[in-house]
Design a protein around this ligand. Structure first.
Ligand SMILES: [Cu+2]
Length: 263
C-alpha cells in the first residue's frame, strides 16, 4: 500500500508492518497538515482587521478548537499506543531463539564493517584486544581458542541464507555508526561499549531482486547511517542473500580458506 511513498523494494518478512506504519503516519500527517492549514486560512479571514477593528481580549468563546486539539491528541495517541509500541515490542523485544537463527556479529569501525560468523560449531571463539591487527586480524580473534578455529571473518560482506531469522549483534570499535539496510527495513546505531542485537528475516535473494528490479548489478547495501568521520561516505558494505544450499557452500569455502589461507 505504500508504493506511493517511493520506498526501496521490500526484502524482509517484517517489512510490510514497518511500511504500513510509515504509510499511516503519512496519511495522518497529511490530514493534520490540511486541517491545520485550513484552520489557519479560516482564522486569517474570520479575524481580519476590517471585521474586528478593536481587539477582543476575551478571544474565542466557542470550544471547537479545543475539541479539535483533543482530536489531534487522540490520533497521536492511537499512532503511538496502537501502532508504534506494539510494533516496537514485536520487532525489538521478541528476539527469535538463537538456536533457530543465524547469529552474525557485525563490528563497525572507521570506516568498515567487520563481520564474524561462529562457523559450524555455532560458538564464537575468544577475542583479545592484544591480537587486534588492522590488516590481518581486525577483531583480535584468538585462533588458539578451539571455538575460534572455525570463526569466519569477512570485511564489508555479509552472506545470509534466505528465509531464516538473522540476528545481527552490532558493536563498534570507535565511534557511533549505524547499520542500515533499507530493503530489510532495519536501522540500528552501533555504540562503542554495547552489543546491540537486531533481527530480521530476509525473504528475497539477491538474484531474485536482480530480476525483480531488472538491474543485473543490484546489491543490498549496508549504509552507515551516522556521520562517523571523514570517511563516512565510503563506509559501505554489501549483503548477499542466497539460498540455504549456496550459503552452506559459501561457508564451507571460507572454512577451507581458514585451513589454507594461501590456496
Ligand atoms: Cu560509520
Amino acid at each position: 500500500m505504500t508504493e506511493w511513498l517511493g520506498m526501496p523494494p521490500l526484502a524482509a518478512a517484517h517489512g510490510g508492518q514497518i511500511d504500513s506504519l510509515i504509510g499511516w503516519i503519512h496519511i495522518f500527517m497529511l490530514v493534520l497538515f490540511v486541517g491545520w492549514g485550513g484552520f489557519f486560512l479560516y482564522a486569517i479571514v474570520r479575524f481580519r482587521k476590517s471585521r474586528n477593528p478593536v481587539a477582543d481580549y476575551a478571544g474565542v468563546r466557542s470550544h471547537r478548537s479545543t475539541y479539535m486539539e483533543i482530536g489531534v491528541a487522540v490520533v497521536e495517541a492511537i499512532l503511538l499506543v496502537g501502532f508504534a509500541i506494539p510494533l516496537w515490542a514485536a520487532r525489538v523485544d521478541r528476539m527469535p531463539p538463537e538456536n533457530e537463527a543465524l547469529v552474525v556479529q557485525v563490528t563497525a569501525e572507521q570506516f568498515a564493517w567487520n563481520v564474524r560468523y561462529a562457523g559450524p560449531d555455532g560458538v564464537f571463539g575468544k577475542t583479545d584486544i592484544k591480537l587486534v591487527d588492522l590488516q590481518s586480524n581486525p577483531l583480535g580473534v584468538d585462533r588458539s581458542d578451539p571455538p575460534a578455529k572455525d570463526d569466519v571473518v569477512t570485511l564489508n560482506q555479509i552472506y545470509l541464507p534466505v528465509n531464516k531469522p538473522i540476528i545481527v549483534k552490532l558493536r563498534s570499535k570507535d565511534v557511533i555508526h549505524s547499520f542500515g539496510v533499507p530493503e530489510f527495513r532495519v536501522k540500528q546505531d552501533a555504540i562503542p561499549g554495547l552489543t546491540i542485537p537486531i533481527w530480521f528475516i530476509p525473504n528475497v535473494t539477491t538474484a531474485d531482486m536482480r530480476t525483480r528490479t531488472s538491474n543485473a548489478e543490484f546489491q543490498y547495501e549496508i549504509a552507515c547511517a551516522q556521520l562517523c568521520g571523514l570517511g563516512h561516505a565510503r563506509m559501505r558494505g554489501f549483503v548477499t542473500v542466497v539460498s540455504a544450499d549456496e550459503f552452506q557452500k559459501w561457508m564451507e569455502e571460507r572454512i577451507a580458506e581458514l585451513a589454507d589461507p594461501f590456496k
